[in-house]
Design a protein around this ligand. Sequence first.
Ligand code: SAH
Ligand code: SF4
Length: 388
Amino acid sequence: MTTPIEVRPAPDAGHRHKPAPALSALDDDALAELVGALGEPPWRARQLRQAAWQPYVASLDDIRQLPTPLREGLMARLRFITATVASERLADRGTTIKLLCALGDSQTVETVAMESPARGTSSRRATVCVSTQVGCAIGCPFCATGRMGLRRSCTPAEVIDQVRLGGQALHRHGLGPVTHVVYMGMGEPLAAYETTVASLRALAGHGGISPRRMTVSTSGVVPGIRRLGAEGLPVTLAISLHAATDELRDRLVPVNRAHPLDALIAAAGAYGRATGRRLSLEWCLIGGVNDGLDQATGLVRIARRLRAHVNVIPMNRIEGSPWGPPPADVSRAFLRHLSQAGLTVTVRDTRGGEADAACGQLRASLEPRRQLRPDGTLGPQRSGRPRS
Ligand code: SAH
Ligand code: SF4
């Protein structure tokens, strides 16, 4: 017989293991309460919040206008930021900054910040592309993140703090401030639904970024699309379509097996009607896989029905996959088919990018786009997405 050993938690164990709240996740009332508990009036909370969003403020120490005892009190009771930059890489002549962000448990996610100059009628913009999950469970075979599987979802603060870090990185390079946010990094935003909606609300609130300047990209999590449409948050929705038949889409975007095309198209249409936002359809063009004219015809039918804009992304090669972009003449024929049908199409130009394509989809989401001419050739470069 064995004697059971009683394991008692240390008296303060619960307290010690509960992390301090993250500044980015606290709403204004909660922040005022915390500051009040340290004997300071509510306007100090507003001062702290404003300062925390300044791109030149990296820590509480940088907020000199706060009294020292308050700063010290906050250091013990608040996590000022939930991620740090583990590495930074520049591309596109210094206008694209790719960050690897380390989270508290030493998981990492990728974040990209990119500045695009004013061109034509569109003004200068600085976009941060955020990750919502470490890895992804959807498992699209052409996607580097899908190959990782899902480790965990990010917290809302971790998503918001990627925008803060993106803003700081832009500032270090004389760029910014952030005008747009796209949820096109690692992970499926609508599989991390609470994180996505809470972070969108905070970014639209204390982050000061209009929902119209934010885009959520989804592989087609239909219940999430329906819920998002009822949130009163008019963000742009980008649907990663990639195939126009269930047979092919079941293989390319496995979530299609649970939520097939008819359901996806109905939910996307309802989203567009509820929010008044134009939809985007993303099409990663893969040589010999979804580049035929039968697929192009199907895409035309769906885009017309949804009155959607179409973004074609020639596939970025990923390690371990034999797939890649189609030869130029095949791409041209596919694109010509779309433009002859009268669709609004843009093509993400990946040719000018850096050689290292480890972060395929992040890079693709931010690279300059080119307008498609009616003959299927590409026009001059335009600024990156999204539109507002
Ligand atoms: N999970 C979401 C958002 C992140 S992926 C989604 O799938 O929509 C952002 C975009 O990059 C998606 O349209 C995705 O299909 C695309 N993408 C992923 N891997 C790619 C690759 N190797 N080449 C080109 N686009 C890719
Ligand atoms: Fe996940 Fe999007 Fe990659 Fe598919 S494309 S595996 S949904 S991150």
